[in-house]
Design a protein around this ligand. Structure first.
Ligand code: HEM
Length: 506
């Protein structure tokens, strides 16, 4: 290197280095003045290269992969990250998750659900005050969120579950028939198709004959809206920062305004009726009832769609597995041409006789996990007598930690094992290591409904169609994972999967 080049380098790099040193010094000073007071009993604090702002910066830039990296590097069951305004406790071990699940009121999900609805749904101040009243649980055991959850669990069980399942598969059957009648060979984008079929099936079952999601703009609008969840939650005006998503939300809200104004809820499922009743009993203004329902779309649809996609993809992409599933489907639904039709006559208990498909569904949830559960610490608490959690901070449970824990899942934890959840293959599932449907009191009330319709619809599809990939290699190719959505617990496919569907019976 010549002396001239060295001088030039020093001239350019010099001010940069000075700038970095000044910024680091400033950050250290800010940390000293504004930083949190750490307690020795709190979970160990992970250092950051950049004081005060470092962890926050990497969380915003890298999302869940940042926690995965820290977990691999420090190997802690639970650790703390100091950040502006507080700390984040990150949990990685099924054992600690078990302790957290026993404390739903101290480590609350319901409080978070109540706090987020204002910005997400754009509800009025009056509705927000009612929603937050006793959300901390210090005025007895009733609140809008808790009573709404109780009603939801009841409306998703027993005879209501049967009705929901029957209506969902009948609506899916319409889409399968469309595929049958639009030619013997059809080119389909598998992710687009799966989203449409399952969105129609679930929303028809939930909202009845006047289902607002039958409008394609409303159906697609939910994804546009949910993809900008984080911006909505910041409280920044969405009509300026995420205009398209804001318009999509308002379109959904307006569709639900019309839905309730026309009393379509009276023809909808028990779930819609009881949720609207709880809101009205608590005095929520009618205009806000539609806004609450626009956010409910997140819970009933967004996780279900990628679960259905990955279940279908793994069955189709493995010829041996496909044969096993076809045999199973024949035995469960019947072997005659008409038996795989999901009409009124279909026996819903067939869903319980599809163990390989059910195992593939669960393994899809484990393997493609991308999200995290969040809890608010409502009061200072010594977790399991070992770790002090300070009030008004968040606990984060990135599902990846539990789903890829070698102690819980064994040496093949990084492989997709279709039979991992199949009891006939000796499956023994660790009670808190599987987070696909959450756990404890916050266990997903829609899990049986979602699992049943996915296995029944996939079973019917593979009995009626040959599905071949359209790729250069001619074989199935992994579409990769899109983990950008903060609203869901598993990844969506990153690349398109184009397929040719050929009807088998004609
Ligand atoms: C494959 C589809 C689904 C998946 C993977 C899924 C996943 C989950 C997960 C992981 C949680 C726990 C969240 C946490 O603990 O932080 C949850 C809770 C919930 N899910 Fe689902 N869900 C699915 C379908 C549904 C459906 C169809 C409904 C419709 C009723 C639903 C309604 C709910 C509700 C209301 C909760 C909150 C429960 C509570 O806080 O007590 N889910 N779901």
């Amino acid at each position: 290197m010549s002396p001239a080049t060295t001088m030039a380098d020093i001239k350019t790099i010099g001010p940069f280095v000075v700038g970095v040193v000044v910024l680091l010094g400033l950050a250290r000073l800010i940390e000293k003045v504004l930083g949190i007071q750490k307690h020795s009993s709190e979970p160990p604090f992970i250092p950051s290269k950049v004081p005060y702002f470092g962890h926050l910066y990497f969380i915003i830039r890298r999302g869940v992969s940042y926690y995965a990296e820290l977990t691999a590097q420090y190997r802690k069951k639970i650790y703390s990250l100091a950040m502006p305004g507080g700390r984040l406790y990150v949990v990685n071990s099924p054992e600690v998750i078990g302790a957290i699940q026993k404390l739903p009121r101290v480590l609350s999900f319901w409080f978070i659900e109540a706090s987020l609805t204002r910005n997400l749904g754009g509800i009025s101040d009056k509705a927000n005050d009612i929603l937050l009243d006793n959300a901390r649980g210090d005025k007895g055991s009733n609140s809008l969120v808790i009573d709404g959850m109780k009603a939801t669990h009841q409306a998703m069980a027993g005879e209501h579950l049967e009705t929901l399942t029957a209506q969902a598969i009948q609506r899916a059957e319409k889409e399968l028939r469309l595929l049958e009648t639009s030619g013997t060979e059809n080119v389909v984008d598998l992710w687009e198709w799966t989203q449409h079929v399952f969105s129609m099936a679930v929303s028809r079952a939930v909202y009845g004959p006047n289902n607002p999601y039958e409008d394609l703009m409303v159906e697609r609008g939910l994804v546009e809206f949910s993809d900008h969840t984080v911006t909505f939650l910041t409280g920044l005006p969405p009509w300026i920062f995420v205009r398209k998503a804001y318009k999509a939300r308002e379109r959904i809200v307006s569709a639900f305004h019309q839905f309730f104004a026309q009393k379509s809820d009276e023809k909808a499922s028990k779930l819609v009726q009881v949720r609207a009743k709880v809101l009205r009993d608590y005095g929520i203004p009618e205009a806000d009832v539609a806004r609450f329902e626009s956010v409910n779309g997140f819970g009933i649809l967004l996780n279900l769609l990628p679960t259905a996609f990955w279940t279908l993809f793994h069955v189709l992409a493995d010829a041996q597995l496909l044969e096993v599933v076809r045999e199973e489907a024949k035995a469960a639904l019947g072997s005659q041409k008409g038996d795989a039709i999901l009409g009124e006559a279909v026996d819903l208990t067939a869903a319980d006789r599809l163990p390989t498909l059910s195992s593939i569904l669960m393994e899809s949830l484990r393997y493609h996990t991308a999200g995290a559960a969040v809890r608010m610490v409502m009061e200072d608490h010594m977790l399991d007598g070992k770790f002090l959690l300070k009030s008004d901070n968040y606990v984060l449970i990135p599902n990846h930690g539990a789903h890829f824990d070698t102690e819980a899942w064994g040496a093949n934890v990084t492989e997709f094992d279709a039979y991992r959840f199949d009891k006939r293959h000796g499956a023994k599932v660790h009670p808190t290591a599987f987070r696909g449907f959450g756990g404890g009191v916050n266990l997903c009330p829609g899990r049986t409904f979602a699992s049943r319709i996915i296995v029944l619809i996939v079973a019917s599809l593979v009995q009626r169609f040959d599905v071949e990939p359209i790729t250069k290699s001619g074989g199935w190719e992994d579409p990769g994972r899109d983990e950008t959505s903060m609203a869901i617990v598993l990844a969506r496919p990153r690349e398109k999967v184009m397929v040719m569907c050929t009807l088998m019976w004609y």
